[in-house]
Design a protein around this ligand. Structure first.
Ligand SMILES: Cc1cc2nc3c(=O)[nH]c(=O)nc-3n(C[C@H](O)[C@H](O)[C@H](O)COP(=O)(O)OP(=O)(O)OC[C@H]3O[C@@H](n4cnc5c(N)ncnc54)[C@H](O)[C@@H]3O)c2cc1C
Length: 397
């Protein structure tokens, strides 16, 4: 008997990335064991926007049908100047968008996506899930021994570190100083759709771009609730003060915005906020029979709304690479990373740039607005390479 082939791939982390990897691998006949440290899925950001490149993967993984009742399809992506409330750009998500990308743009609650993924995983015979916090690993020529913080060990054919931004596995493989703290703070709020007073953009994904801040709204749970996300650059953080990101800062951050935009802050929960980080794009994320996936490999700022989608793309590229070379895990992992390094680095880098464009001030704001208005409305920004998905990836890089 081939002992190596009988061992599972150990997946450290059962978030969206870990479950997509588990599903992609088990659908190809591999066995996996997911080790997840938390009894409950993490909560940051209620909503997830899924652009056509993500929709394509979820369709390929067979999860769309079970998620469909919870999904909301916005009619457009709209960029509004938060100071004068003029609409500065609009991408219509109707027929011509769908024709161009073959798949649609939708939004979904993180919990609904996670639930659909875990249900789909549980239908696969090669899938198993256990609570456990991965601490370290030891490579062998034929596999890997994974050790949890409670001392338990698991033998694997390979290990995939999908533990998110603060992955211990990444810290061992990539010595680049770890997460980059941006000083950007996020508040969020979820309210019933009936509570939304200004219904102008209620069917769209709207982004109000202000000086050093922005605010996003879109509907979730089949359209029954409105998701509100406010992001701002914390002045106290820039001055190295410890008490940054508080409610006073939130309100001050939107002070230059129109009253109509400031009024939206009433939809936010003020008891909790998050500080945003990303990771410097790496040139390698594989060590022997261990590799990284999702945020652990390439956490990005949310300004392109592509972090989870990159994890989905990783998952299918990884499964394809293992299918091509099932007996040489290290070679398959290196093949996978070589197909993913540049695309994900481009997302991380472009997301930072988009953040700066959205937060433009003074004369930069005027320039942004003029350039945005001059753009060709038939080409969705410079994101064609992204939305076309894996089909185009190999031609681009
Ligand atoms: C405000 C905000 C909005 C966003 N919006 C979007 C969007 O619209 N579209 C989009 O595509 N992306 C979006 N993202 C990005 C997206 O949330 C992430 O890219 C995605 O969640 C990454 O998934 P992951 O599984 O790699 O990591 P995570 O979601 O961080 O999951 C990691 C999992 O590993 C577990 N874990 C951690 N350590 C261990 C350990 N040692 N052992 C075992 N388990 C462990 C954790 O408990 C967790 O369940 C957004 C992010 C933010 C912050």
């Amino acid at each position: 008997m081939d002992t190596q082939a009988s061992l599972p791939f150990v997946i450290a982390g059962g978030g969206i990335g870990g479950l997509c990897a588990a599903l992609a691998l088990t659908r190809k006949g591999f066995t996996v064991k997911v080790l997840e440290r938390a009894p409950e899925v993490g909560e940051i950001g209620y909503g997830i926007q899924i652009a056509p490149n993500g929709h394509a993967i979820l369709d390929r993984l067979g999860v769309m049908e079970r998620m469909e009742p919870q999904v909301f399809y916005p009619d457009a992506l709209v960029l509004v100047d938060a100071v004068d409330t003029n609409e500065i750009a609009r991408i219509d998500l109707g027929a011509s968008f769908q024709e161009r990308y073959k798949y649609r743009y939708f939004v979904v609650h993180r919990r609904d996506l996670h639930a659909a993924l875990i249900e789909a995983c549980r239908e696969q015979s090669g899938f198993s899930f256990e609570e456990g916090e991965v601490d370290s690993y030891q490579n062998h020529p034929d596999g890997v021994t994974v050790t949890c913080t409670n001392g338990k060990t698991v033998e694997g054919r390979g290990m995939i570190g999908v533990e998110g931004l603060r992955s211990k596995t990444r810290a061992r493989i990539v010595q680049d100083g770890g997460p980059r703290n941006t000083g950007h703070v996020v508040y969020r709020g979820l309210v019933p759709i009936e509570d939304i007073v200004n219904q102008r953009y209620v069917n769209s994904m709207v982004m109000y771009a202000g000086p050093g801040c922005h605010l996003v709204q879109y509907r979730l749970r089949g359209g029954t609730v409105m998701n509100n996300v406010a992001t701002f650059e914390s002045p106290a953080f820039k001055q190295w003060k410890h008490d940054y990101g508080g409610v006073d800062e939130l309100k001050n951050a939107y002070a230059e915005c129109a009253a109509e935009v400031q009024d939206l802050l009433k939809y936010f929960s003020l008891d909790k906020n998050w500080l945003l980080h990303d990771l410097l794009p790496a040139s390698n994320w594989t060590d022997g029979n261990v590799t990284l996936l999702g945020d652990a490999a390439h956490a990005t700022l949310q300004y392109l709304a592509q972090g989870a989608i990159m994890a989905m793309e990783d998952a299918v590229v990884l499964a394809d690479a293992l299918e091509r070379q099932p007996r040489n895990v290290n070679a398959a992992f290196l093949d996978y990373q070589s197909r993913r390094l540049n695309r994900t680095a481009r997302v991380v880098t472009t997301a930072r740039l988009f953040g700066a464009i959205m937060h433009a001030r003074s004369g930069e704001r005027l320039l942004r607005n003029e350039l945005a208005q001059r753009r060709n409305p038939n080409v969705p920004w410079e994101l064609d390479w992204l939305y076309r998905g894996l089909e185009v990836e190999e031609k681009v890089f």
